[in-house]
Design a protein around this ligand. Sequence first.
Ligand SMILES: [Zn+2]
Length: 623
Amino acid sequence: MSPEAIIYNNQFPFESGLCLRLGACYSGCGNNKLMHRWSELFIPTLREAPADAEVASHKFLVRAGYIRQLAAGIYSYLFLGNRSFNKIMAIVRQEMDKIGQEFYLPALHPREIWEASGRWGLMGENLFRLKDRKGADMCLGMTEEEVMTSIALKELRSYKQLPQIWYQIAPKFRDEPRPKSGLLRVRQFMMKDAYSFDIDAAGLDVSYKKHYETYRRIFDRCGLKYMVVEADSGAMGGKESHEFMVRTPAGEDQIVSCDGCNYAANMEKATSKLEAVADLAAEGDGKPLEVHTPGQKTIEDVARFLGVSPKNKIKTLALMAEEKDEKTGKSKLRGIVVLMRGDHQVNEAKLNGAVGGATRPMDENEIKALFKSPAGYLGPVGIEWARDRKKDADKPVLFVDQALEGRANLIAGANKEDYHLKNLTPGKEFHPTAYADLRAVTAGEACPNCGKALRIDTAVEIGHIFKLGYRYSESMGARVLDKNGKEVTPIMGSYGIGIERILTAAVEQGNDENGFWLPAAIAPFEVVVAPVNVKDEAVRTAAEDIAKRLEAAGFDVILDDRDERPGVKFKDADLVGIPFRVTVGKKVTEGTVEVVLRSTREVRDVTISAVVEHLQGLLRRAG
Ligand SMILES: [Zn+2]
């Protein structure tokens, strides 16, 4: 947590008049609720996690009574879960209000606007579709580009009205094929989505930067350890794009990062610095030299058989892609051949980016037709490759990975059973249609910035910002007049935060076998005051008194006034995500209580008069 966030935690209500505290607020905002007493609340903790729960956040959010499943990928938020949720949304709202304006938009959309943007067809089965009583097609919104753009195109007329940043925090729907992992892959979720409209690219840069900085403030205040990752914007079609990611084994995305510098990128975007490889010396007269390699099909087999490193070998991948013929508009298949260094793997997303669409492996007949050779002995020599994809529409395309650029005397299949060719140099014996970065980075390779070893981790995406460009404004026909009275298309950005993702990432980030602890700013309560025996008058009144004083000092407090054994109370306190506990026991007669820091289990005897100050110190440190 940043120092700024600590100031917010302790002073924010007084600064803004907007109260983050959901219990008792003493800022004069009117939120003066009475003490939260566990005995009067509905906190249904469970000993057992749901049978299908694999990740910590799923297990613990159910066990702690935060959420209950209604149907696959659809959850109800109970008291504790909703308090935490509301705190996260309050932080998001406070920060977003500094740069934008909040709207409230419908979740139920008419087909027409999704037709206009082109996404009615594109979204396929992920979009929840329904019909109204008149038979008109409707859908439940996944994001709000269409609705926001439809407002912009009717209302924005002039450059004088720009820039605009509009946002909302509202439920979104996605007909996820395999809902799982509790709140990580759901069919209804809460999202903050924002959209910017600018007159030109320079304006978009400013709006983008504002979001970048706002997102950092939001995630800092939420107490997350996150990374900002360069991202491929994929199907969204933008240019610049960043993802905000939290490392956790529960994540479904992979990110490449460097501990030596700030470098971080997702797999589709990641690169690394390769060590120089010694090329083989030319053999014979330097022309392609056929060598007999009977039965040697794999890269490793051939390299071993010839006594060379796989780094001196070319791996040939034979693929097919469906392409649209620019003249006829009909789609047709085109051969896509990819050459990689023998020890490298291709990254599918990078390949799709280079090809401009998906590919599939060639079948046996397609291989025979192009290479005139059985698989296992394929290579680039003897085939006429497209030099220009547009002009040579009938020829196969040859993509060569950048790691092979500038290399010489490589070995590849000879397009002849049981034979390979030596002395192959790209640009000499064969001509690539294009060089491209197609390689999947692996852990331990050198960072492109500082050279230290890269690491690869799984992560959860909590936020994503990207420059949409003109895609929606153009397809939906938004126009404004510029300074010279000329009609221009406004340029857009789109910015999302998954509210559930913040909660789940925080749980994944801080848990052990007994439960979890949330950062104080997003925990349902900051402190639980637990008297070990409520029948003991001295213990009970001391606990009440401490809870009241903590509330007066601005803490969000829950008093565990249940008539339960201490063991039961401590188990629950450990489970439900509250970062600090004050245990009021026998030592109360000596004027001391125990303060427990949930994350480290550090226990300290503190005199009753110093409890408030001690917890303020812990809150500052916990940041
Ligand atoms: Zn580095």
